[in-house]
Design a protein around this ligand. Structure first.
Ligand code: CUA
Length: 338
């Protein structure tokens, strides 16, 4: 028992320290959303039960080794031969059975708490679509589409606002996992899965596609930015607006509209209406590109357009074969898409 308690004491600060280090490090033990708390509590129960089992089995083993080790003068003498014991067998069958039942009931309760198939009325609904290798996020009630960085409102005491995420996939199986917000849930082609989140603190939470989905599975990162309610409404309004039309970038825009970019990307209000790649209407409102692999600035954008494979080997975006001056013009245009 002492050992089990020691193990719990040793593990807790390690988990908390990992969670506190840097930008919302992905730790199941540092929840920030209602379903994530349920998962954390269940995880600790399982760790505690396992720690007790470890202490009992390890303790008995150590005791047996010490107590029954060979001693001088034992040579040739056989130890007492014991053939089974009713009470002991009953104990080692019943105790594990009881443990299994407890873990089963606790797990079943958490699953019912955490799972939802449908969005309850009044909840904010978001559709998340996994693509090789990026995330598309749609807000059906507002007609907003964005990529890789999911913006949500915090659910505060006065303004409870849980979020229902509808998960889909455009190609292979992906999995949406932001450990501080919820458990992981697969995005499966042809199937509609659901997940709910109720963030209780504003901030940025990082996650990762959690199902191997090809070359850039590891480069399919997720960011969830949780805002205060008013700030979230401002963000949504800005996303709903049309693409910026900066006359200074007209030259870059006409070049962009003559390249194959427009077959895969959409910029609302222009001829670009592709859906294979991320929507670029408000590209510059995002902090990262290529699903969190690179910072969204002039240099990264230029490098990404010139040679996507250099930034993200295996990425499905082709190199556009633009000259240096053309690259500058297209990047200048993209940088106006606030
Ligand atoms: Cu998508 Cu792994």
């Amino acid at each position: 028992m002492k050992q089990a308690a020691w193990l719990l004491v040793a593990l807790a600060p390690a988990a908390t320290a990992a969670a506190d280090a840097g930008l919302g490090s992905p730790a199941v033990f540092s929840p920030a959303s209602t379903p994530a708390f349920a998962i954390r509590d269940l995880a600790w129960l399982v760790v505690a039960v396992c720690a007790v089992i470890f202490a009992v089995v390890g303790g008995l083993l150590a005791w047996s080794i010490a107590r029954f080790r060979a001693r001088p003068g034992d040579a040739g003498r056989e130890p007492a031969q014991v053939y089974g014991s009713g009470p002991i067998e009953l104990a080692w069958t019943l105790v594990p059975a009881i443990i299994v039942v407890i873990l089963f009931l606790a797990t079943a309760r958490s699953i019912f708490d955490v799972q939802k198939e449908q969005a309850p009325p009044g909840w904010l609904q978001v559709e998340a679509v996994g693509h090789q290798w990026w995330w598309e996020f749609r807000y059906p009630a507002s007609g907003v589409t964005t990529a890789n960085e999911l913006h949500l409102p915090v659910s505060t005491g006065a303004q409870k606002r849980p979020i229902f995420l509808r998960l889909e996939s455009a190609d292979v199986i992906h999995s949406f996992w932001v450990p501080r917000l919820a458990g992981k849930q697969d995005a499966i082609p042809g199937k509609r899965n659901g997940l709910w989140i109720e963030p209780l603190e504003a901030g940025t939470y990082v996650g990762q596609c959690a199902e191997f989905c090809g070359t850039q599975h590891a480069g399919m990162l997720l960011r969830v930015i949780v805002h205060e309610p008013a700030e979230f409404e401002r963000w949504l309004d800005a996303q709903r607006g049309p693409a910026a039309a900066d006359p200074a970038a007209a030259d870059g825009r006409s070049l962009f509209e003559r390249t194959a970019c427009i077959n895969c990307h959409r910029v609302a209000g222009t001829v670009a209406n592709g859906t294979f790649g991320p929507d670029l209407t408000h590209l510059m409102s995002r902090a990262t590109i290529a699903s969190g692999v690179a910072r969204n600035d002039r240099e990264s954008l230029r490098l990404w357009l010139r040679d996507p494979d250099h930034v993200k080997p295996g990425a499905l975006m082709p190199a556009m074969q633009l000259g240096e001056r053309e690259l500058d013009r297209v990047v200048a245009y993209l940088m106006t898409l606030q």
